[in-house]
Design a protein around this ligand. Structure first.
Ligand SMILES: *Cc1c(COP(=O)(O)O)cnc(C)c1O
Length: 475
């Protein structure tokens, strides 16, 4: 096609890149090579880098007018910001539940940005199919059934939001209304029952218009964080046939306790409720033959939350949500626009996810599963479990400390035997040492510390270093 001269001239006039961009484009291979070398220096330094720190805030600088180009920006970042960043990718960052990034996951993440896909529809790319393949792999890894369909979201919080949004629509279905159409008010009061729910469940209920007050904590078993199923049955019976939502917990953050998922699922024969399982990191117990019984019954769930930036060791952020009721999911998240296709048999992700545009979060997960398989990831899980057990033994042998729960999976929960009130001080001293990072918590009314193992790089030598720090800093 021949364009009129005047159009060509105008487009030439507007086609000059900003000199910084032009320069970076011309030097792209060298610049990316320098970025790669910088990343390698960071990763090689992980064993020595302070694991955590709270640097003094750097005074904000002004918005750059002209910019420094990529090399200049990298120089500024390396000087002003990177030294104050934590070693959360490394092996002795045991705070929260924090995974690192396997080599393949990291490469997958780089390529996610490189290809810059927006896997929302089939109009332009096969990226959605890679996401579907990855979801099928993960479903199998966690022992879910083919009736479960999945999506990628940013984290377990959004996975809980999504699962509970589908649950909300199901409640509507039971009452003959559609919340997606009429709003949450059409439901009337809602009851959500759970033994030891993660804090993100309250946040999800707030976001979904169900309200934090809808959550009722059911008694747990004595000395445990697992729900007392008999008490749960009583609570359900008291609803007189009104449908409810049960959030079952497969891996609590303090002591990694597991609800009896099969027993909870069986209650559905007597009471109408939606069973959502928060298995953010506990789902990975399925990869260890000696621990898989902890998640027995997971496949019975109506919706399941699993985080991937924890124990799959993909970089932030990534999580999945599985449900048996994709029809209800599509009712909630359907996005109608003239240029989008109908829902059909295999709906585009834009009709299933809270976001419209989003990054191809499946790619890092695809890479790490393609690179290491079920076996490689099972080894990470088993080693982390063994490392937690080892630290548990060492802590148990130190008179200054007292374990607050048996080490069931990958978390050691303990306190100072004689001075629990000094746990906060201890946590800060450990963090300041740069040797390790553990997060304080409160368990059973006592200030406590948690050491959570979910990094692929953690070995015996790291556990020894953590034990030495605990010995050195005991008050
Ligand atoms: C970590 C966690 C969450 C929240 O996960 P994010 O990835 O931080 O959103 C929810 N539930 C449980 C059990 C968790 O461990």
């Amino acid at each position: 096609m021949r364009l009129p001269t005047v159009v060509l001239m105008r487009s030439q006039h507007g086609s000059r890149l900003h000199p910084r961009l032009d320069d970076d484009l011309r030097h792209l291979p060298e610049l990316l090579e320098a970025t790669r070398a910088y990343a390698v220096r960071i990763l090689r330094g992980l064993d020595e880098r302070p694991v955590a720190g709270t640097p003094a805030p750097s005074a904000p600088s002004a918005l750059p007018e002209r910019g420094a180009g990529l090399a200049g920006a990298m120089e500024t970042f390396a000087r002003r910001w990177e030294p104050g960043f934590s070693g959360s990718a490394g092996p002795r960052y045991l705070g929260f539940v924090t995974g690192g990034a396997t080599p393949a996951a990291l490469a997958g993440d780089w390529l996610t940005g490189t290809l810059d896909q927006n896997p929302t529809s089939a109009l332009d790319s096969g990226a959605q199919d890679l996401e579907r393949e990855t979801l099928a792999w993960l479903r199998e890894l966690f022992g879910l059934s083919e009736e479960h369909s999945g999506i990628f979201v940013s984290g377990a919080t959004m996975s809980n939001v999504t699962g509970l949004a589908i649950a909300r629509e199901w409640l509507g279905e039971q009452r003959g209304v559609s919340v997606a159409e009429e709003g949450a008010a059409a439901l009337g009061p809602v009851r959500v029952l759970s033994g030891s729910p993660h804090s993100s469940v309250g946040k999800a209920l707030s976001m979904l218009g169900l309200g934090r007050a809808a959550l009722r904590q059911v008694d747990v078993l004595p000395g445990r964080e697992a729900v007392d199923v008999a008490r749960l049955a009583d609570e359900l019976a008291a609803l007189d046939g009104r449908p409810a939502i049960v959030v079952a917990n497969a891996g609590t953050v303090n002591t990694v306790d597991f609800d009896d998922l099969r027993a909870i699922a069986e209650l559905r024969e007597r009471y109408p409720f939606w069973m959502h399982v928060d298995a953010a990191f506990g789902a990975f117990a399925a990869l260890s033959p000696e621990h898989a019984h902890l998640v027995d019954g997971l496949a019975e769930a109506d919706s399941v939350c699993v985080d991937l930036h924890k124990w799959l060791n993909v970089p932030y952020d990534g999580a999945v949500q599985f449900t048996r009721r994709r029809d209800l999911q599509a009712r909630v998240f359907r996005n109608a626009a003239a240029y989008l296709g109908p829902l059909g048999e295999t709906p585009d992700f834009i009709h299933l996810t809270p976001e419209n545009s989003r990054r191809l979060r499946a790619l890092p997960a695809w890479f790490t599963l393609a690179a290491y398989g079920r076996e490689g990831h099972a080894e990470i899980v088993r080693r982390d479990i063994a490392m937690a057990a080892r630290l548990g033994e060492l802590v148990d042998a130190m008179p200054a400390y007292r374990l607050l729960a048996p080490v069931r999976l990958n978390v050691v929960c303990f306190t100072l035997a004689a001075a629990p009130e000094r746990v906060g001080e201890l946590a800060a001293a450990i963090a300041a040492s740069g040797e390790a990072f553990l997060t304080p918590t409160v368990y059973d009314g006592l200030p406590a510390l948690r050491a959570a193992f979910s990094n692929w790089r953690t070995t015996d030598a790291d556990v020894r270093r953590v034990a030495e720090v605990l010995e050195a800093f005991r008050p």
